[in-house]
Design a protein around this ligand. Structure first.
Ligand code: SF4
Length: 374
């Protein structure tokens, strides 16, 4: 792998006002306080979301004095890059960002053929405590603001548009983000309001403008929030991390299952499908000797029979010193075949970025360990 910046934590700087945390009205108020006419808000808004400007100097149709004033009091880049790691095949790029208060989050860009999929975080840390997950180990630090969620997308939009940056091996090098998945650090439905504000910003035609169907939110199954999501106007995709088809095993892997047992989650998914008519994805991280037996595949198939769904099997990204290891290719294929034979649409997801710690929270954990060691 190639590391373009050292794994080290600079001292957090005091925050300037993040314009990414303002809606259009708040931005207009902010600019009015600086003595600016109302049309300036629209100009700045377009620079941020349509042209993905990374600084005020670029905003060439603003007066020079205003640009200087904004640079002194505000920011459009609330994330500081701490480390960036590019896989050897240049198909996966992972960034570790520091927030203004010193917290860190990760985002991963994956290139699949014509798709440029970005996996973003919704919280610094996570409260869900999944036993196989690197992020869970530090608990939840705090929710991300809408601007901090959107900033991950804008960072990689600039990244892809910059011909000087990798991945740059192909003449058809993609230059825009085509898909976003909320599958990074955190449980998005545990930070509901901020995540939905960010999603509105990412999908609004007068903001970033990505089609809602190109966005997927992944949850461990906070059932009441799945119901709430079904009533939202934005038709983004829903993925539920199941990882086990019964409560005994699932509670060991996903402790929040105690509050929202399998059948309750599946009932919420059925209601979601009935309301939205959208197919739901079930994510299942296969762990050797833990949740990969033929019996569990049969049980899973039985539970999903009547649901409009698709199963994504993911051989686990192993974390150091963990008893959870990825399932073999043979066991993965066997598990997939049992589901397919039972009529459940199933795919095996490529395991991307093993060499760059691309599993959720792994780069952050490696960086913290390195910092702890000095
Ligand atoms: S797998 Fe996702 S929900 Fe579970 S602890 Fe990790 S970040 Fe949180």
């Amino acid at each position: 792998m190639m590391t373009s910046t050292p794994l080290a934590f600079p001292i957090a700087t005091p925050a300037r006002r993040s314009l990414l945390d303002m809606d259009q009205a708040a931005l207009a108020d902010f600019l009015a306080e600086l003595g600016q006419p109302s049309f300036r808000a629209r100009q700045v808004w377009d620079w941020i979301y349509k042209r993905c400007a990374g600084d005020f100097e670029t905003m060439s149709n603003l007066p020079k004095e205003l640009r200087a004033q904004l640079a002194a009091t505000a920011t459009v880049t609330p994330l500081t890059l701490v480390a960036e790691v590019v896989a050897h095949d240049r198909d996966t790029v992972k960034a570790l960002f520091q927030l203004h208060d010193g917290q860190t989050i990760e985002a991963v860009l994956m290139l699949y053929d014509a798709r440029r999929t970005l996996c973003i975080s919704s919280q610094a840390g996570c409260a869900m405590g999944c036993t196989f997950c690197a992020t869970a180990q530090g608990g939840l630090a705090r929710n991300l603001t809408p601007g901090e969620i959107v900033a991950q997308v804008l960072y990689f939009a600039r990244y892809l548009a910059d011909p000087a940056l990798p991945p740059d091996t192909s003449a058809e090098r993609p230059t825009t983000i085509t898909n976003i998945v909320l599958m990074g650090m955190g449980e998005p439905l545990h930070n509901y309001a901020n995540v939905w504000t960010a999603l509105h910003r990412l999908t609004a035609p007068d903001a970033f403008g990505l089609g809602a169907r190109h966005i997927t939110l992944s949850t461990v199954g906070l059932a009441p929030m799945i119901d709430r999501m079904a009533d939202e106007g934005i038709q983004i995709g829903l993925a539920v991390s199941l990882h086990a088809p019964n409560d005994v095993l699932r509670t060991q892997l996903v402790p929040i299952n105690k509050g929202y047992p399998v059948d309750e989650v599946l009932a919420a998914v059925r209601r979601y499908v009935a309301k939205t008519n959208r197919r739901v994805t079930f994510e299942y991280a296969l762990m050797a000797g833990i949740n990969d037996t033929p019996e569990l595949a049969q049980e899973m198939a039985g539970k999903l029979q009547d649901i409009l769904c698709h199963v994504n099997l993911i051989p686990l990204n192993p974390i150091p010193d963990s008893p959870f290891q990825p399932t073999s290719n043979e066991a993965t294929a066997r598990f997939a075949q049992i589901l397919r034979d039972a009529g459940v649409a199933t795919t095996v997801r490529l395991r991307r970025g093993i060499e760059i710690n691309a599993g959720c929270g792994q780069l952050r954990r490696a960086a913290i360990a390195k910092t702890d060691r000095g």
